[in-house]
Every structure is written in structure tokens, then in C-alpha cells.
Design a binder for this molecule. Structure first.
Ligand code: AMP
Length: 301
């Protein structure tokens, strides 16, 4: 495994690897897994899939300042490069790219990628500018690495929708691979931010996965004939009943279009007209957690 902190040596190594493969008449499938580090099993699942499906796996670790708002946790975002490198090594990563802020932004960037519409709702509504920071840095990483495939977790479902739109609109030559959410045994979605939670907050946070998974199970039965409005009320009430939970949003939208569904729209397996995202953002103390489930149009139940 090789570690790079600068763009040029990484690009040169990637060029050499492509050139050597081509000289032998082989193609070289390159995967990129972009992360902000403090790696956990969720990240590991992306790396494993990338390893299984490609010849060369690039992991990027970069806490991207321009996707954090002025009052957000950029400074205190957890970091542990040594542990990250050990996990990367264990998962068979070939190249780790861990640039400094100065390397990625030698001067304040005047160019931003903005995906309209999809970024004004859900997390975009409470975190103005967040997705512009995400698409700008992912765009830069895709240009630097030029991977054949890039791996993203459905944990950040809106991010998946936004980046897929960017890839389509700007003709990035990359295949986006969305990967399922990895959860703790008790249901809590893995997140680097879970370390901020006190024991009581961590216990209270189970209200999210418990109710999202129950909503998904209910909607996935044909006989429930449940509507978006009913499910939304049930979810808001259940999460709101947890004293430590402060709701940012609980929403039901079509996926990946992210438009809200009408209250009378049926969500049951036989009635729904598209894939549907049920997404929540809830604060426990100072920690904002997100979680979601996706109801797919085609269900075998
Ligand atoms: P982050 O380091 O939080 O920016 O996440 C890097 C990538 O890992 C993103 O594509 C996330 O969606 C993905 N990821 C984070 N947590 C999970 C999880 N629990 N399950 C699956 N993917 C995840």
C-alpha cells in the first residue's frame, strides 16, 4: 500500500499503472472510495466491494472544510490517520490519498460545482452550501484519480442522488456504485460522528433505526395500503416521543428525484409509483445524526 499526500505523485503513479497494464494488453479497473476518515465498518464495506470489483483501489481521506458550515464541527471532526491506515491495509487498499487542506485548496477556490434543486431539500435545507462543498471536492477527486468506478454509501442517500446528477450533467466518465448502509447489531447506522454521543444519547439514538426499519417493514407489505402522510405522522410522533431527540427533519420523498410525496400517495409495495426515500436528521445533544431507508419500486413479498 502506498500513501500520497500530494496530487502530482499520485497522478504519476496512476498513469504508470495504467500504462504498464496497457503495455501488457490488459485494462486496469480503478476504484475510488472517497471518505473523511475515522474509518469504520461502513467505510470498510465500501472498500471490500471496491477491492472485489476492481484491479486498483484508491482510498481518499480528506476532511473537506468547504462542506462544513461556519458553526459546524470541522475543527473537532474526529481524526485518526494511523488507525485509518491500518484498516486500509487490512482491506487491501492499493493507494491512500490523504492531502492537506493546502494541497486541495492552495488558494480559496473560486470554482464550485452546484447541483440545483436536489441540494435545497432535506440536509441541504438545514446545511446551506454543504452539497456545493461535497460536489466540488468529489469533482476534484474524480479529476485527480479518474477512476472507472466510485463507491458511495446509501447512508448519505441525498449525497448519492446529488453526485449521480453531477456525474450525469457534467459527463464524468465514472460508474457510481451505491452501497448499503452498515449498522451496529442494535440498528444504529455506523457513523464517524457516533463517537460524540454520550451513553444516554447513543441509547436514545436507536429510536431512528428502530422506527425507520419498522416503517420500511410496514410499507413493504401489500396489505398495509399505508400512505406517505400516515407513515410520516407515525414516524414524527415516534421520534418526537424520545426526550433526547430534537428533530431537524423527517421526510418522505421520491428517490433519486427527492421531491416530497403527496400525503395521500400510497407507499405500500403494490401502490408506490417510484423508489421512495424515508430520511431523518435528528440531533442528540450537539450531535446531528442522519439515517434513512429506501423502499424500492419492485418488492418481492
Ligand atoms: P464519510 O467519511 O462519513 O464522508 O463517509 C465516506 C463514505 O462512506 C460515504 O460514501 C458514506 O456514505 C459512506 N458511509 C458512511 N457510513 C456508512 C455506513 N454506516 N454504511 C455504509 N456506508 C457508509
Amino acid at each position: 500500500m502506498k500513501t500520497f499526500t500530494n496530487i502530482l505523485p499520485l497522478r504519476n503513479e496512476l498513469k504508470d499503472a495504467r500504462f504498464s497494464a496497457a503495455r501488457e494488453g490488459k485494462s486496469l479497473r480503478i476504484a475510488l472510495v472517497p471518505t473523511m476518515g475515522y474509518l469504520h465498518e461502513g467505510h470498510a464495506s465500501l472498500l471490500r466491494k471496491a477491492r472485489a470489483e476492481n484491479d486498483l483501489v484508491v482510498l481518499s481521506i480528506f476532511v473537506n472544510p468547504i462542506q462544513f458550515g461556519p458553526n459546524e464541527d470541522f475543527e473537532r471532526y474526529p481524526r485518526d490517520p494511523e488507525k485509518d491506515l491500518a484498516l486500509a491495509e487490512r482491506e487491501g487498499v492499493d493507494f491512500v490519498f490523504m492531502p492537506s487542506v493546502e494541497e486541495m485548496y492552495p488558494q480559496p477556490t473560486r470554482t464550485h460545482i452546484k447541483v440545483e434543486g436536489l441540494t435545497d431539500v432535506l440536509c441541504g435545507a438545514s446545511r446551506p452550501g454543504h452539497f456545493d462543498g461535497v460536489t466540488t471536492v468529489v469533482g476534484k477527486l474524480l479529476h485527480i484519480v479518474q477512476p472507472d468506478r466510485a463507491y458511495f454509501g446509501q447512508k448519505d442517500a441525498q449525497q448519492v442522488a446529488v453526485i449521480a446528477q453531477m456525474v450525469l450533467d457534467l459527463n464524468f466518465d465514472v460508474e457510481m456504485i451505491p452501497c448499503p448502509i452498515v449498522r451496529e447489531a442494535d440498528g444504529l447506522a455506523l457513523s464517524s460522528r457516533n463517537v460524540y454521543l454520550s451513553a444516554e444519547e447513543r441509547q436514545a439514538a436507536l429510536v431512528l433505526s428502530r422506527n425507520l426499519l419498522a416503517a420500511q417493514a410496514k410499507a413493504n407489505t401489500t396489505e398495509s395500503r399505508v400512505t406517505a402522510g400516515e407513515l410520516l405522522t407515525e414516524l414524527r410522533d415516534a421520534i418526537g416521543a424520545e426526550p433526547l431527540a430534537v428533530i431537524d427533519y423527517v421526510e418522505i420523498a421520491d428517490f433519486p428525484g427527492l421531491s416530497p410525496l403527496a400525503a395521500d400517495e400510497r407507499l405500500d409495495a403494490a401502490g408506490r409509483r417510484s423508489d421512495v426515500l424515508i430520511a431523518v436528521a435528528v440531533k442528540f445533544g450537539s450531535t446531528r445524526l442522519i439515517d434513512n431507508v429506501i423502499l424500492t419500486k419492485k418488492v418481492n413479498d
